[in-house]
Design a binder for this molecule. Sequence first.
Ligand SMILES: Nc1ncnc2c1ncn2[C@@H]1O[C@H](COP(=O)(O)OP(=O)(O)OP(=O)(O)O)[C@@H](O)[C@H]1O
Length: 281
Amino acid sequence: MSTGAAIRTVGVVHVFRVAGTDVAALRGVDLSVAPGERVALLGPSGSGKSTLLSVVAGLRRPSAGAVLVDGDDIARFSESQLYDYRTRSLGLMMQGTVSNLLPYASPRENVAFVAGRTRKGRRAQSTSSVALEAAGLADERRPVARLGRADQQATALAVAMTGDPRLLLVDEPTSQLDDDARESLLDTLVQATAAAGTTLLMVTHDENVAHRMQRMVRMRDGRVGAEGQRHEQYAVIGADGSVQLPEELLLAWPAGSTVAVEAASADEITIKRRPPAEETQ
Ligand SMILES: Nc1ncnc2c1ncn2[C@@H]1O[C@H](COP(=O)(O)OP(=O)(O)OP(=O)(O)O)[C@@H](O)[C@H]1O
């Protein structure tokens, strides 16, 4: 049984340099995830979801900001500290993970192979076993190559949970699954992480998938734009005081529109658009 990790990112910026041009993938991400919480990261293509996941995984060092895992800033870790973090605390299920499985081995043999390479050996398999059982694969003897896509994904999940990680990072786990397979993989994911108390951060494009998590965080333009639960979404005030408008308002009030912002009460602020005719004056 692991105890979930607490994650906090503070002002995380990440800039890719491509052919002499800077691309700012993350522009100041402030996000807190409680131990054992299951969070979906949603957002349009290019909004920075995968970059954020790789920064929290310690696979990329952010250009600026802090990535606190149980209070330790992994952005400042040495390479050997990062290696320890990744091998002891982290489970990773990135896109294409299935291609890393041993195709001629059964799901359990795949887990045993990875467990054998960890310091904990057999003890490393407890959360994986929960995942295999939840997916109905505990006694599956066929090699992974002969299983359907959903069972291969569930095996990849069980392998990612080998070593009882305190934090599980998952990128688009259901993107190639049909509806039934998707629900069954999500059942396995929720059951295994809830049983072990694992903190889960999952990137998805799919609202239905996101709704299976306890919390949804929406990224836009490299920042957390909004967050909430199933029926409510709240815009998030950035460290610089900025707020992202909901997409539908942005269509009507395009970038560059000017607004009057007035405090109506302690809990209410009104934003009034300056009439477009006056904006040009
Ligand atoms: N390795 C890279 N080199 C250069 N630019 C990159 C790299 N990876 C991502 N980017 C750029 O960073 C920005 C954010 O990309 P990222 O993949 O994090 O977004 P995303 O929300 O995960 O998108 P998607 O849903 O399409 O995977 C995009 O402008 C992307 O083109």
